[in-house]
Ligand binder design. Sequence first.
Ligand code: PHE
Length: 337
Amino acid sequence: VEQEALAALEGAKDADALQQWKSQFLGNRGAVRALLSQIGGLPPEERAGFGQGVNALKEKLTAAFDERENALRAHAIAQDLEEGQIDISLPGRTRQVGGLHPVTMMHRQFQKIWADMGFQVFRSREVEEDDINFTALNMPPHHPARDMQDTFYTDEEGVILRTHTSPGQIHAMRTLGENGTKAIRVILPGMVYRNEQITARSEAQFTQVEGLAIGRNIRMSDLKGTITEFAHRIYGEDVQVRYRASYFPFTEPSMEVDAECFLCGGAGCRVCKYTGWLEIAGSGMVHPNVLRNGGYDPSEWSGFAFGMGPERMTMLRHNIQDIRYFWSNDLRFLEQF
Ligand code: PHE
């Protein structure tokens, strides 16, 4: 058997032939197995010696097989090289590398500036309760201000997609406030959803960065000083900031904050609505009802809140004329940043 096997192995010239040889000699129905099965017919005193002999044969054939297999493989590689199938002088294929989304870059810059001013990031849910998104923010059912933010509803009664990051104020106060005993300084970045007509200027999804500061002596001058400082850090020291009286149910008084629109051509810039100003935030002093809903006693605690729109600010910075580019996943747009 040994000689026959070794001779056949010499004759195996490729991987198929090798496999065939392996099952013929070493397989479950192979020659070596057949030898072993003869052991039962031998006189008992010969069995041990015979068995050892067959095992030695098996090891020898296995080693010979491995050697032959390696030799054939090396030969195949040598042949490939010789025939030039592997051209080692070809340049490598470059791998596509992803980049940060322009809005992500804006968020990172926001987070850095707010962190420098002592604001920590607090993450809040995108799927929210109507009670928290509206009612706890001083908008009871049927309050007219609910119509300002067209809502995506779910099949679940009372469960919606948040229309702004402000419900996170309630979660932050309840989680971090320890029953209205601790001061808070947080920002709440994240995606919000509105069931709106999609146009160059408005999307059904966009991000906001909410800010919330709660303390014992927080006043409107703190709000103005903090937001103005933020605007200066993000746009430059000499950019004008203005505060316009406004209305939000969850702040009183309320103000909208505008920054001078200079980066994409002042009043001629589409994102600045031809006025020369870009609205960068809604803001105000936290309404007493909202403080109460967060667990604070409004006679002892006060605070300010704001909400900003990073997409608008990214449009201004890069002179982007259509907000739909951000979430439509067009690589030609995304690769520019
Ligand atoms: N939530 C408001 C909006 O989405 C913005 C805002 C936040 C206003 C915080 C005041 C205070 O329009």
